[in-house]
Design a protein. Structure first.
Length: 182
């Protein structure tokens, strides 16, 4: 689903019509709401990126050289060695005097959409939540009746989101048991 399709679904749901005037009036606001929704849902999805080569100088590298804004650093490797890292601001420390290339695995935030034609960077099952979130946020800015409807839509969004979080989205061979020390 593209952002444009999500905006159209929200316009239909709010009964604002799909006219050119409605798009001119609401597209920028709804795109902002959709970006907020994608950012919020990415905390559930936790997309992972693998940057193959990051140049390290004197044991440090900056997260700004990574392809995406970092949310959580998972692993830094050089060949067969996995490094224990320490973060200080936007810099990551590996070990003293290390210089070379490493492979970085990390969770990231999806980029903010600037065009409506872009695809929503979430798994397909999350796409239907974006129009609901747009409708909820739009309703929260209105009069008492609209705010009530907005709260109802926000509650629906949270319930659907909670249901999706219960479903395991990983590959069947990626499950493992964790020792909880019992």
């Amino acid at each position: 689903m593209t952002y444009d399709e999500a905006i159209d679904a929200a316009l239909r749901g709010l009964q604002l019509g799909l006219t050119e005037h409605a798009h001119e009036q609401y597209d920028d606001m709804f795109l902002q709401y959709a970006n907020e929704c994608v950012l919020e849902l990415s905390k559930d999805v936790r997309p992972v990126a693998h940057d193959e080569v990051v140049s390290v100088t004197d044991g440090w590298f900056s997260t700004s050289v990574l392809a995406h804004p970092i949310y959580n650093l998972i692993r830094v490797r050089a060949g067969d060695r996995v490094y224990h890292t320490r973060a200080e601001g936007d810099r990551i420390y590996l070990c003293a005097n290390y210089t070379g290339n490493v492979q970085v695995t990390y969770e990231y935030f999806p980029p903010m959409a600037t065009l409506k034609t872009e695809s929503i960077p979430l798994p397909e099952q999350y796409h239907r939540l974006v129009p609901i979130y747009i409708e909820a946020q739009f309703g929260m800015d209105g009069d008492r009746w609209q705010q009530n409807r907005g709260r109802t839509k926000l509650q629906m969004f949270q319930e659907l989101r909670r249901d999706l979080k219960k479903i395991q989205h990983g590959a069947t061979d990626s499950y493992k048991l964790k020792n909880r020390g019992w």
